[in-house]
Design a protein around this ligand. Structure first.
Ligand code: SF4
Length: 165
C-alpha cells in the first residue's frame, strides 16, 4: 500500500484529536474532489515499517482519541487487506481508541468487509459538489453519512453516529 501523509493531532477528520493516514488510490473521481492527487494507486510513497511505527506510536499518546483512515479511499480494493491488518493491530494495541474510516463507497457496498469488525465510525459515500455544506461536521456533502458501525451491524440497518460536536 502507498500513502501520501500522516497528520498528527488532527481535529477535522473525526472526534477529538486524531492521527490521520492519507492513503493513495481512489476510483470514485468525485467532481471537485478536495484531494485528486490521491487518486493514483501508484502515487505517494510506500507505507513501510517506519510509517507503521509512527501510526502506532501516536496512538500511545493519552490525548489522542484514535486513528482515521482517509485518502484517497482506504477501501480501494488494493488497499483493503493492508487497512484491515492495520485496523486490527491498532485495536489490539489501543483498544480504548476509536477507528474512523472515510470511503467513497456506500455502507451497503462494504458492510461485509472484514475491516468493519474493527471500525467504529464510517463516513460513507462520494462527495457531491451540489450538496457541499461547510457547516457540516466531518463530511463534505450532506449525502455522506456518519455511521455508527457497531450499532449498525447489530441493528441490520444504518444507524447514524451521535456526534458530540
Ligand atoms: S471519494 Fe474522496 S478522494 Fe475519492 S474522488 Fe471522491 S472526494 Fe476524492
Amino acid at each position: 500500500m502507498r500513502y501520501h501523509n500522516i497528520t498528527h493531532d488532527d481535529m477535522l477528520n473525526g472526534e477529538g484529536l486524531r492521527t490521520v493516514l492519507w492513503v493513495a488510490g481512489c476510483t470514485h473521481r468525485c467532481e471537485n474532489c478536495h484531494n485528486p492527487i490521491t487518486w493514483d494507486i501508484e502515487g505517494g510513497i510506500l507505507f513501510d515499517d517506519s510509517a507503521e511505527r509512527e501510526l502506532f506510536g501516536e496512538g500511545g499518546k493519552g490525548y489522542i482519541s484514535g486513528i482515521t483512515f482517509s485518502g484517497g479511499d482506504p477501501l480501494h480494493p488494493e488497499n483493503r487487506e493492508e487497512i484491515t491488518r492495520l485496523a486490527r493491530l491498532y485495536k489490539e494495541k489501543h483498544p480504548e481508541k476509536s477507528i474512523w474510516l472515510y470511503t467513497g463507497f456506500m455502507w451497503e457496498e462494504v458492510s461485509n468487509l472484514p475491516v468493519m469488525q474493527y471500525v467504529d465510525v464510517l463516513v460513507d459515500g462520494r462527495f457531491v459538489d451540489e450538496l457541499k455544506d461547510p457547516q457540516l461536521h466531518w463530511r463534505g456533502s450532506s449525502n455522506q453519512r456518519i455511521i455508527d458501525v457497531k450499532a449498525t451491524l447489530e441493528k441490520g440497518e444504518a444507524v447514524l453516529y451521535e456526534c458530540e460536536a
